[in-house]
Write a protein that binds this ligand. Structure first.
Ligand code: ZN
Length: 142
């Protein structure tokens, strides 16, 4: 299963023209489309999980199956929770496109870059700040 946390791959990479202005309208549209499609996909995934849980819940035939079923439930609920958080992140990213803040590092303000954003459309840090943050997290043992 692909890691939905960081990957959304159903799109054509943006053809960057030489001397093109960063985050011009065409680039913004490109990322708006990616974020929108990703959000749709996740919302459908959440719907599927809910339907699946409802179907399963009505099928408690054998009590001995219950334990494994409950385990499966909690796993699905965790996945759903993760998806919901990710959907929120995507919505926030879409708002920053409208505010002209999208694609710039929240820590140092440099351009995050089209390719990095394509790999991680919800990224709010440039690669340097992200690396630094990860090192700090490790040192703090989070
Ligand atoms: Zn930065």
């Amino acid at each position: 299963m692909p890691n939905q946390e960081t990957q959304f791959t159903h799109f054509e990479p943006y053809p960057i023209k030489e001397g093109e202005e960063y985050m011009n309208d065409a680039q913004k549209d490109h990322f708006r489309r990616i974020l929108n499609a990703w959000k749709q996909e996740l919302m459908e995934e959440v719907d599927r999980t809910v339907n699946h849980l409802q179907e399963e819940a009505t099928n408690f035939a054998d009590p001995s199956d219950r334990a494994s079923q409950e385990e499966e439930f909690s796993l699905e609920l965790r996945t759903r929770d993760r998806e919901r958080k990710l959907i929120n992140k995507i919505s926030k990213a879409m708002e920053t496109i409208d505010d002209d803040d999208y694609g710039y590092c929240a820590a140092c303000g440099v351009e995050i870059g089209v390719r990095r954003l394509e790999a991680r459309p919800t990224a709010t840090l440039c690669i340097d700040c992200k690396t630094l943050a990860e090192i700090k997290e490790k040192q703090l043992g989070i």
